[in-house]
Design a protein around this ligand. Structure first.
Ligand SMILES: [Zn+2]
Length: 103
């Protein structure tokens, strides 16, 4: 799923409409102000920003600046020097956020 999100191939409203699915709107289900794409859902949406802010505080890491999903997948590589920290951060980002397990 993380890989599919990075190439914008998730079944978002924008992708479904491109494939001919009839939907009343392509607006993001959360903020209802931008087209729902993988990039928007994981990096541009105000709700995503809040989740990243909480992850920053929880993990005590520097601010997360992601413009594309691929930036998120590389994020752990640029945080700290410890392999353990990178492994844990990668798990939080991919397993809990991109896979939809954030509560
Ligand atoms: Zn949104």
């Amino acid at each position: 799923m993380a890989w599919r999100a990075s190439i914008d191939r998730l079944a978002t409203k924008s992708e479904l409409i491109k494939r001919g699915v009839s939907l009343p709107s392509d607006l993001c289900v959360f903020c209802i102000s931008n087209a729902e794409s993988s990039t928007h859902l994981f990096t541009g949406c105000i709700y995503a920003a809040e989740i990243w802010s909480r992850i920053e505080a929880w993990c005590r890491i520097s601010p997360i600046f992601a413009f594309e999903v691929s930036d998120l997948l590389k994020l752990a590589d640029y945080q700290g020097n410890s392999k353990v920290i990178k492994y844990i951060l990668r798990g939080i980002i991919i397993d809990h956020y991109l896979m939809g397990r954030v509560e």
